[in-house]
Design a protein around this ligand. Structure first.
Ligand code: S3P
Length: 444
């Protein structure tokens, strides 16, 4: 999807992060805002939408299924909802690009349509496991083909009807939970999903905002099919997953004092704050309020002396996307940090355990990959000057994490294969440079 395949970041060493900024809109919420407003009745107005490639893949998919969508224009989108049964067959496969959320959630939403549809993705997405959604959807009566390895393309065939199931997730995954709940909108009876640990609950919250009843009974979320969603207005908070790079960066860079505005602090997403605080970070939540059904705050972060910790396993699902940034903080902490119970990191946009361990090792840090986590011994970052750059493996969060490592490096740091930063954080280079990171991007 992205034109330059070897976009490189060069980071000049040192500096502090100071000032204030608003990182772009939340990616998870942006996807859901398009999906739900498309199948709602009437018009929805969205503000703060993330204009990154992943959320745009979702938006384009719905346009191609006949939904009229105005924008995005400076984060504003107007969606003319077609109702639960109003989507039309697209004129060919829908390309989800790099976006696991688009593919897994749409597998559920499209399983009960009256037309066939195929979902494709880029090389990384085509390696990621899809049986975690196709198997439970099959239990509901869906017909979804995968490759022999259980990967995309997903070939969805129409079926006469879906039936609600009661499903216990085998991995804590908001994508799987959401996929089943979205299929449940089209299913007869009740669809219930029980999670082994709390995962992000944006789907449940947003369905409620669209007037669709969702019940929560302890670890189980459930709904009945056949209801209606009513168009509404949504304001999307800044993405805590994008803020995470600055939380870690300002914590490690001497002399930093940064205010991150209007960041989503949904309790299912705040693992990065809890973990960094556990390491000694100086993070304050100011002016807590609610925005579009989601809690937000301005977050002030100042430099702190960090110490290594054993990361509590219950924080893993709450910080699942933020570990690359947390690992950079751990590498600057005194002593050892140990993460376990996080094997899911191996099947993200890249194998984030191995790729982070390789990059940290490249910078002279002792980082030992474990089957389900990593052990990092805090030390001093070296530099990539005069040698091979760090390889981001097309993974946006790896690229941005090593960019902030430059704040504490002994010399310049170059990172290759950074173009996918565009998937979640358009404008990262300019925003980061604006608060003090010595970053430049160049197409190679
Ligand atoms: C997401 C859920 C998480 C997360 C992903 C976004 C979502 O994935 O890593 O970036 O929006 O539901 P898993 O469900 O695979 O944990």
């Amino acid at each position: 999807m992205t034109a330059v395949t070897d976009l490189r970041f060069q980071i000049a060493p040192g500096g502090a992060l100071r000032g204030r900024l608003r990182v772009p809109g939340d990616k998870s919420i942006s996807h859901r805002s398009i999906m739900l407003s498309a199948i709602a009745e009437g018009e929805s107005r969205i503000a703060g939408f993330l204009e990154g490639a992943d959320a745009l893949a979702t938006l384009t998919a719905f346009r191609r299924m006949g939904v009229e969508i105005d924008g995005p224009d400076a984060g504003r989108v107007r969606v003319h909802g077609v109702g639960l049964r109003g989507l039309r067959a697209p004129d060919g496969p829908l390309d989800m690009g790099n976006s696991g959320t688009s593919m897994r959630l749409l597998a559920g939403l499209l399983a009960g349509q009256s037309f066939p549809v195929t979902l494709t993705g880029d090389a990384s997405l085509s390696r990621r496991p899809m049986r975690r959604v196709t198997e439970p959807l099959a239990l509901m009566g869906a017909h979804i083909g995968t490759t022999a390895d259980g990967t995309a393309p997903l070939v969805i065939e129409p079926v006469p009807h879906l039936t609600g199931i009661d499903y216990r997730l085998t991995v804590p995954s908001a994508q799987v939970k959401s996929s089943l709940l979205l299929a449940g909108l089209y299913a007869g009876g009740e669809t219930g999903v029980t999670e082994p640990a709390p995962t992000r609950d944006h789907t449940e919250r947003m369905l409620t905002a669209f007037g669709y009843p969702v019940r929560r009974q302890g670890a189980r979320a459930c709904l009945n099919g056949g209801g209606r969603l009513r168009g509404c207005q949504l304001q999307i908070p800044a993405d805590i997953s994008s803020a995470a790079f600055f939380l870690a960066g300002a914590s490690i860079a001497p002399g930093s004092d940064l205010l991150l505005e209007e960041v989503g602090i949904n309790p299912t997403r705040v693992g990065v704050i809890n973990i960094l605080r556990g390491m000694g970070a100086d993070i304050e939540l100011l002016d807590r309020r609610t925005l579009g059904g989601e809690p937000v705050a301005d977050i002030r972060v100042r430099t702190a002396r960090l110490k290594g910790i054993r990361i509590p396993v219950d924080q893993v699902p709450l910080a699942i996307d933020e570990f690359p940034a947390i690992f950079i903080a751990a590498a600057c902490a005194e002593g050892e940090t140990i993460l376990t119970g996080a094997e899911e990191l191996r099947v993200k946009e890249s194998d984030r355990i191995q790729v982070m361990a390789d990059g940290l090792t490249r910078l002279g840090i002792l980082a030992e990959p474990l089957p389900d986590g990593i052990r990092i011994v805090g030390g001093e970052f070296g530099s990539t000057a005069g040698g091979e750059p760090i390889d981001a493996h097309s993974d946006h969060r790896i690229a941005m994490s090593f960019a902030i490592a430059g704040l504490r490096a002994s010399g310049s740091v170059t990172i290759r294969d950074c173009a996918n930063v565009e998937t979640s954080f358009p404008g990262f280079v300019e925003l980061a440079a604006g608060v003090g990171l010595g970053i430049e991007a160049s197409g190679a």
